[in-house]
Design a protein around this ligand. Structure first.
Ligand code: UDP
Length: 149
């Protein structure tokens, strides 16, 4: 039977999720993983890592020079981060929906940031999670946090 070239299966979509140091400290790593799995996405890799200045400079390169950059890096160095690669059709925007708006005060109830986050003094810095915002960011960030993948 004929198979059209455009019917070839797409490679699985993957995103990089981070449970930031505030989330790890508060014991919410399992809750974030639970929500990813409950949504139907698969876990490809999970690793508790202490970030370095070099890794964060690469990860947050687009924010270099902004007023929140230095305090953000300091916060991200303040304890271990749970790095996660999650997989599934639509997982890049899908995890961003699970995470909710950047500012946890504004994030909708039902989202990770909306249900579990609040303003601890720097408004939006400690917002529990990161999720890649595009296929290009996902590929770049997965390469930074999981060089072996
Ligand atoms: N951030 C901050 N102050 C700001 C904006 C952002 O500390 O005014 C931090 C916050 O932790 C956020 C991260 O920088 O998650 C990256 O910002 P971005 O705008 O990419 O938000 P996200 O994609 O994480 O929702």
């Amino acid at each position: 039977t004929d198979v059209a070239p455009n019917a070839l299966p797409e490679p699985p979509e993957r995103t990089l999720v981070l449970v930031k140091p505030d989330g790890v400290r508060r014991g919410l790593s399992g809750e974030v993983l639970r929500r990813i799995e409950a949504k139907g996405y698969s876990l490809v890799a999970v690793e508790l890592k202490q970030a370095t200045t070099e890794l964060l400079a690469a990860h947050y390169a687009e924010h270099e020079g902004k007023p929140f950059y230095a305090p953000l890096v300091e916060f991200m160095l303040s304890g271990p981060t749970l790095a996660v690669v999650a997989e599934g059709q639509g997982v890049i925007p899908g995890f961003r929906s699970l995470a909710g708006a950047t500012d946890p005060t504004e994030a909708a109830p039902g989202t990770i940031r909306g249900d579990l986050g609040r303003d601890w003094g720097l408004k939006v810095q400690q917002n529990l999670v990161h999720g890649s915002d595009s296929p290009e960011s996902a590929a770049r960030e997965i390469g930074l946090w999981f060089p072996h993948l």
